[in-house]
Design a protein around this ligand. Structure first.
Ligand SMILES: [Zn+2]
Length: 368
């Protein structure tokens, strides 16, 4: 099978994050087993959710981890030219949902498995679910791997056009509930309007966001070198003639490495004060890997640009840090076309990815 055929098979499983992905996981597991890998399956929360750990080579020998997520973002409402789950070739482009983010990397890795030398050190493949909805799969997986010896070095094959990215902000979701008292709208003085409270909350959040923007860090790596906040959704009220008693605002923010998320939430709580109740929904950790490490040296011959950079998006690497892993984000395809209609990976880049993966693993795990 060619890498393009493999990619076509992967794309054909419509593994949007709200859908089961056991079938795709089953296919990936089968291909890894066929290449002599041990496969460990980890059931994750939700229907048909699974993480896979596939390994080959002597256990506990500190080889390398290659990791990617098996889920993709939705296609609903996007102007796709053709069926997003049928791989289409258009010039040098291979078009389909997940081709860049990040089934291209999974396909290239599967294809590389048959080209590897005898492994003196362990190669571990970690394929996750529910990454696109807050790295939930890896979050569930990490404690289950606490007792398993794993290599220290980890490549997260997100689409970076083969640039080496060593840092990204995290992402935290917070819910703010504003509570009032319902009344007939003809007698608003008898009620307490939850939506007008929410308006005050949003004013205060904007002031906090402005303060956060002044706390500049990692300016050499980030386009927006501060904590970015987004007031994302708001829901409140039930009818035109009722004073609303409830309004809920969901807010996202992106903490930088080294920041304590609980402290940022506390700042939010202090700012919002009596107008709303602040509740932490979920947290995806930031990632920061030292410059000039062993893994960077390993990737350097295949890097498309000198130096290292930062990703604006969060990855599973933040969660993997809890296992003592040092991750770099590095893979085929461009993040600029990910999540969009007619997402694609360049065919040449995909073929090169097979050689890149083979080379990295051979250098790290082959006979030295
Ligand atoms: Zn991704």
């Amino acid at each position: 099978m060619s890498v393009v055929d493999t990619l076509a098979r992967l794309v054909a499983f419509p593994t949007v994050s709200n859908q089961p992905l056991v079938e795709l996981a089953g296919y990936v597991a089968e291909r890894c087993e066929a290449a002599g890998f041990r496969v460990e399956r980890f059931v994750a929360p939700g229907e048909g959710k699974q993480n896979l750990v596939c390994s080959k080579g002597p256990r506990g020998t500190d080889g390398i981890v290659l990791s990617g997520h098996m889920d993709v973002v939705p296609v609903v409402g996007q102007p796709w030219t053709t069926d997003p789950f049928v791989l289409r070739q258009s010039g040098s482009r291979l078009v389909g949902r997940g081709t860049a983010d990040m089934k291209g990397f999974i396909a290239a890795t599967i294809e590389a498995l048959t080209k590897l030398p005898t492994l003196e050190r362990e190669l571990v493949l970690v394929w996750t679910c529910d990454e696109e909805v807050g790295c939930l799969g890896s979050k569930d997986l990490v404690p289950k791997l606490a007792d398993r010896p794993l290599p220290r070095l980890c490549v997260i094959g997100e689409p970076t056009s083969f640039r080496i990215l060593r840092m990204h902000p995290g992402h935290t979701a917070v819910r703010i509930g504003c509570t009032g008292r319902a009344a007939h709208s003809s007698k608003p003085d008898l009620g307490d309007n939850a939506i007008t409270k929410a308006a005050r909350v949003i004013d205060r959040l904007e002031l906090l966001a402005a303060d956060w923007r002044r706390d500049v860090r990692f300016a050499e790596l980030l386009e927006r070198p501060f904590v970015v906040m987004n007031v994302a959704t708001i829901q409140g009220g039930s009818a035109i003639n009722i004073v609303p008693d409830r309004c809920v605002i969901d807010v996202g923010f992106r903490a930088l490495p080294g920041m304590v998320v609980a402290e940022l939430v506390e700042q939010m709580r202090a700012r919002v004060g009596e107008w709303g109740a602040v509740e932490l929904l979920r947290e995806t950790p930031a990632l920061l890997t030292e410059e000039g490490g062993e893994l960077e040296g390993l990737l350097r011959p295949d890097a498309s640009a000198p130096g290292t950079g930062a990703a604006s998006f969060a990855t599973d690497g933040g969660n993997f840090a809890a296992l003592g892993m040092e991750s770099l984000v590095f893979g085929p395809g461009s993040i600029d076309v990910a999540h969009m209609a007619d997402e694609y990976v360049d065919g040449g880049e995909l073929h090169r990815a097979v050689d890149v993966v083979t080379g990295i693993v051979s250098r790290r795990c082959g006979r030295g």
